[in-house]
Design a protein around this ligand. Structure first.
Ligand code: SAM
Ligand code: DTB
Ligand code: SF4
Length: 369
């Protein structure tokens, strides 16, 4: 089966995007039915494991420390709380958990070790694990893969041209490098963008062209509508029309026939009819649960009601790829080995002192006073 699209140039994609709406939806629905089961929708839950305080200046983002938004900065969540949230997402029908951190990049520190443990634990629950942690180098990508990470989300957000108007603290090329590092480590790539930031239609197509130029396009492409958050430079952006979301989803579907197109942020501003047209036009994944990272999203039961009405069902995990094996992490194993060694040394020292007649010093606690 032919797996590439006949629309590979900017001109062809622009013409496609501007087709009469229902013809575009029909063409997208036809492609969708050829490559995907149109009744299945993947439910992916987002979890902000490290919220706010980010040093970057992404103009859309409520988590950037420099903007005065209502988002409070928190430290990294504990592994136990992540497991609890993952179990809740699974019980509500999600097959994937996407863990997001408000970091510019991953650093090789104790927080990253904890993220590795989160990946291992959520993979053990038989859920697809996705993470979006900012820039990654090759070794970090390999460590995540080894821990059982299924997918890595890193959005290009918009066209290379418009990108400069949105973010100044890191380059488009840095993003391409991170995507490449995840790809080389054998991790499924999730990368997409945002519409409604003031970009031209050409920039939406420019984003798709960046993926068209890759040897392998992303396995999953999230299409977000800007959530205009008070305090960010984009707070005044006018909400996009639902038709624009439908056009973008349909064009993406036709351009990348085998990728999963995810109807992402912005669903609270859409009605069921608008979302139904997106599913018709090839969206086969949503973010589920009442919160995205920091902003609201439809509740699980609202989505279940919508699925019932539209005759859709939640997709099982690992239908697009095998469950990765979670292997022990050499860095964490070495740390645990050293900690155990140190504990043994302390125990031996204490026993030696005792055998030599030294009694441990009596400690008076407040309770015993
Ligand atoms: N800090 C990491 C990074 O930027 O790669 C990961 C988290 S970041 C919040 C993930 C993505 O969320 C961004 O690339 C952007 O596409 C999307 N996003 C953030 N704020 C948004 C908003 N207000 N509306 C729509 N999408 C948004
Ligand atoms: C993606 O493309 N959209 C998600 C996920 N990947 C990480 C994030 C949407 C964030 C919307 C704003 C917020 O809730 O903070
Ligand atoms: Fe930071 Fe990511 Fe938000 Fe940019 S999108 S400010 S990198 S959390």
């Amino acid at each position: 089966m032919e797996t590439t699209s006949q629309y590979t140039t900017k001109e062809a994609l622009l013409e496609l995007y501007n087709k009469p709406l229902l013809e575009l939806v029909f063409e997208a629905a036809t492609v969708h039915r050829k490559y995907h089961n149109p009744r299945e929708v993947q439910m992916s839950s987002l979890l902000s494991i490290k919220t706010g305080g980010c040093p970057e200046d992404c103009g859309y983002c409520p988590q950037a420390a420099r903007y005065h938004t209502d988002v409070e900065a928190h430290k990294l969540m504990s592994v136990e709380s992540v497991i609890e949230q993952a179990k809740n997402a699974k019980a509500n029908g999600s097959s994937r958990l996407c863990m997001g951190a408000a970091w510019r990049e991953v650093r090789n520190n104790r927080d990253f070790d904890n993220v590795i443990e989160m990946v291992q634990a959520v993979n053990d629950l038989d859920m697809e694990v996705c993470a979006t942690l900012g820039m990654l180098d090759e070794d970090q990508a390999k460590r995540l893969k080894n821990a059982g990470l299924f997918a890595y989300n890193h959005n290009l957000d918009t066209s290379k041209d418009f990108y400069k108007d949105v973010i100044s603290t890191r380059e488009y090329e840095n993003r391409l490098d991170t995507i490449e590092n995840a790809r080389k480590a054998g991790i499924s790539v999730c990368s997409g963008g945002i519409i409604g930031m003031g970009e031209a239609v050409e920039d939406r197509i420019g984003l798709l062209m960046s993926y068209m130029e890759m040897d392998t396009p992303p396995e999953s492409i999230p299409i977000n509508a800007l959530v205009a958050v008070e305090g960010t430079p984009m707070e005044e952006q006018k909400p996009i029309e639902q038709w624009e979301m439908i056009r973008m989803v349909a064009t993406t579907r036709i351009a990348f026939p085998t990728s999963v197109v995810r109807l992402s942020a912005g669903r609270t501003k859409m009605n069921m009819e608008g979302q139904a047209l997106c599913f018709m036009a090839g969206a086969s994944s949503i973010f589920a649960g009442d919160k995205l990272l920091t902003t609201p999203n439809p509740e699980y039961n609202e989505d279940m009601e919508m699925f019932k009405i539209l005759g859709l069902e939640a997709k099982a995990p690992f239908t697009e790829g095998e469950k990765p094996e979670s292997k022990p992490d050499p860095i964490i194993e070495e740390r645990k080995r050293k900690e155990a060694e140190r504990a043994e040394e302390l125990k031996a020292a204490r026993e030696k002192l005792k055998s030599e007649g030294f009694e441990p010093r009596k400690v008076t606690t407040v309770d015993s006073l």
